[in-house]
Design a binder for this molecule. Structure first.
Ligand code: TK8
Length: 344
């Protein structure tokens, strides 16, 4: 079955429909309305899978659990919404792991450049025990981390020039690109190493910052670039795949503690099911988004192995600086899980 959703109806990706909702209906333990906010827009895989999460809860609680979804950073940015979870003023949010490293420092492993060579490897890592311990490590922070899903491989876009090398980022005769980064020190280090002027900023402020020329560029998966209409203010894209970013679906511990154990189990199961669906449509969406961006006039530079290697070499200092902080053992463990997939 095919579900057609997205921006303009005539130009929508063909995405797999969500799996049928099955499993027992849980008993009546009262009614709850759960408010969930996040940064991406209505067309995004994150939004579509959150709707699926809402449907599972609603159906399996016979309407006693309802989820209200607030996309587009309308309730705040990733950092602010996590703070709202801690104080109990918001029930759920769905940030990039990079925004949550101040809660669980191990999450910064995902910010290391060129760590996960393939989606298959990345997904294996997200499903590993190492990843589960990162979710568990939120305990006591006021945040209950439910599951990882996929934001995806990040690609550079900018309004100044085609980029095929670190030299194009740094600009030998011209100034280096001003690149918006997430509010995360490893990302800052990556773009410093590449010779850019990195500017950390909340995602919700990014479109107007690019429109007004405050920054030349940014980096996000093709699907995010398209669903946020960045192609309107960014003429150039480069398939750098420099970082694979997960999302973390999370709930306020205050909300979690108010839910009956049967409801908690249902929330946890629905989170996992919607994450599996998100991971599936994220890949479908991302491939389609790159084509769409080209059709809409973005000039996309594909990089060959030698060109990627040049970027990899340029960001080596990031490993030297950050590996001791993040933990050599953890990095080795994640690399090993990734390599086990590559060897299959
Ligand atoms: C959306 C963010 C976004 C992330 C970023 O809230 O900030 O660039 O990639 O997806 O989580």
């Amino acid at each position: 079955a095919i579900l057609s959703l997205g921006i303009a109806q005539a130009q929508s990706p063909e995405l797999s429909a969500p799996p049928a909702i099955d499993g027992e209906v849980v008993g009546d333990h009262g009614s709850h309305t759960i408010r969930m906010g996040f940064g991406l827009s209505e067309g995004s895989p994150q939004y579509l899978s959150s709707r699926y999460f809402a449907d599972i809860l609603e159906q399996r609680s016979e309407g006693r659990l309802t989820v209200q979804v607030f996309p587009n950073s309308q309730l705040g940015d990733d950092v602010q919404m996590m703070e709202m979870l801690q104080t109990g003023t918001l029930d759920m949010t769905y940030p990039s792991s990079s925004a949550a490293t101040s809660y669980v420092s191990e999450l910064a492993v995902f910010d290391l450049p060129f760590l996960l060579p393939s989606r298959e490897a990345a997904i294996e890592v997200l499903q590993s025990e190492a990843a589960q311990s990162m979710l568990d490590a939120f305990e006591g922070s006021g945040i209950k981390a439910l599951t990882f899903s996929e934001n995806g491989y990040r690609q550079l876009s900018n309004s100044a020039r085609p980029v095929a090398s670190p030299e194009d980022v740094a600009g030998l005769d011209v100034r280096g690109l001003t690149v918006r980064t997430m509010e995360n020190p490893v990302h800052l280090a990556i773009w410093e190493a590449l010779g850019a002027n990195p500017t950390p900023m909340a995602f919700g402020e990014l479109f107007s910052a690019m429109e007004q020329g405050v920054v030349d560029g940014q980096e996000n998966p093709w699907s995010t670039i398209l669903t946020s209409n960045f192609q309107e203010v960014q003429d150039y894209g480069s398939e750098t795949r420099h970082v694979y970013t997960p999302f973390v679906m999370m709930m306020s511990e205050r909300t979690w503690d108010r839910l009956h154990p049967d409801y908690q189990a249902l929330v946890q199961e629905a989170a996992r099911q919607s994450a599996a669906y998100e991971i599936q449509i994220s890949a479908e969406y991302d491939d389609w988004a790159r084509e769409q961006l080209e059709e809409r006039g973005m000039q996309i530079t594909r990089l060959d192995d030698a060109q990627i290697a040049a970027f990899q070499e340029a960001v080596q200092p990031v490993y030297e600086e950050w590996a001791p902080e993040i933990g050599e053992e953890l990095i080795a463990e994640i690399q090993q899980i990734a390599a086990s997939v590559a060897d299959d």
